[in-house]
Design a protein around this ligand. Sequence first.
Ligand code: PMV
Length: 345
Amino acid sequence: GSCKFECVTCTAPVNIAVIKYWGKKDESLILPTNPSLSVTLGQDELRAKTSVAVSESFKEDRIWLNGREESIESPRIQNVLKEIRRRAHKRSADSKGESKLFQHVHIVSENNFPTAAGLASSAAGYACLVYSLAKLFAVQGEISDIARQGSGSACRSIYGGFVKWKMGEREDGTDSYAVQVAPESHWPEMRALILVVSDQKKLVGSTEGMQTSIATSELMKHRINLVPKWTDEIIEAIKQKDFTTFAKITMRESNQLHAVCLDTYPPIMYLNDTSKLIIRLVHCINDILGVEKVAYTFDAGPNACLYLLEEDVPRVLHLVKHFFLPAQSNGQPSFVTGIPVPESE
Ligand code: PMV
């Protein structure tokens, strides 16, 4: 018979943190033990694309990720769906008139890059899911706190440019959401270079890694006190377009995160030999140039993200290719350049 349905499609880019989120004080609401700050990459580079549809003919909620049907029962997907529906109901005074609020939803999402290789796939995925659902159900106002309940870092991909995730103080999490510190247009020369060292699924997921770090690492206590200060300093560096300070904080913060991982018991080692060579190469380049022109940062995996200014991309890319392309045994690493984007869909 005839099948009427309503559908919304959106894309959301990956964000790469320069001040990392590592540790939760509330596991189910996803409230962090420190503020974090990231740069949202270009819309066409690493991104998730999600379509959401409602129809009277759908018998149940369903989800397909990268072409495969997955369980809709995942607690995080359920949290997101419940929260979107709750806000949509609250908004419509006469929800009986809004029949689509009672219809089931079908979700189809795909990434244009490897999932779960420490390339922030969950960040783009949940940001995209929440944004699309909010459009479909006409949910207005702040939605980054809903994305946060899918995957913490996802709240930052709701906005473009330079984005802070406020830690918040309230127990219900209502003050833990993302804010744009500066749009991409504020510092259009900023570039990100992703060095894909491995596209293998990571050994220790970020959720498990954070839990063990909080439970066992002594260094973690020191980090939690230090990170708010670094966050304020890097925001000031972004406002002043002070790349040297931006780079120094970014590298030291990444190194400290991986020191905390090593201090975790049993230790977590996300960096491999190639990652460590990249760190050495970046310091060599900066030494030769006499000032920090390139910064590296690593998430929960061996892949590097280099931040640098547009004018330095050709010579840095040349050096990176010279040192690393022949060294790869598992095929050629791919290089992806990204630029931050302004606030947009
Ligand atoms: O959002 P999650 O649960 O995938 O955690 C992401 C954690 C890091 O990527 C390592 C850091 C960050 O702030 O993005």
